[in-house]
Write a protein that binds this ligand. Sequence first.
Ligand SMILES: [Zn+2]
Ligand SMILES: [Zn+2]
Length: 189
Amino acid sequence: MKPSTGAVFNLTPRQRRAVVRKTKTPVRILLFESLDEHVLREVMLLASRSLDTNLRVLSNADCNAGFDSARGQWSADVVIEKCLAEYSPSPDFLMGLTSRDLYVPSLNFVFGLARVEVGSAIVSWHRLRTDQEDILIQRIAKEVVHEVGHLKGLLHCRNNTCVMAFSNELSDTDRKCVQFCDLCRRLRS
Ligand SMILES: [Zn+2]
Ligand SMILES: [Zn+2]
């Protein structure tokens, strides 16, 4: 099994074009565990610049659905379905931020997951942790922007410096920028 950042899409190109959102849909953040205030503020700043949209912390999430005791991990799908569902349907995108180690059934872990049909995503900083605060900020911001990109209908990008590049491991996340490449930017805006 390969770890990955992931959202799974089975859309035809025509369906995909229909899904791509042309608006600057605001992003509301639900925080599952406390994150250092400075780190959170810098993540929001970087992500809002890259997305050219407003990010705001909506509330702290109080939800414990999705824990798999055999794996010692949390199901990203169940967390999105059970913990973010109460806010749906929402005109804004919902982004859960958590320290919980997330998985999907076919993978060892995921850094994040987006569910286009409910306009919600989750990102975990569990496997992004490092002693270097500036790198942690960059990593979380990249994963947040990546998952919001999926919510806007973008797929993985072959440009490995684009924020929509697939992250199989941390070095992939560190290699890419927090920005969209020109092609993805045109599709998203
Ligand atoms: Zn992805
Ligand atoms: Zn790209």
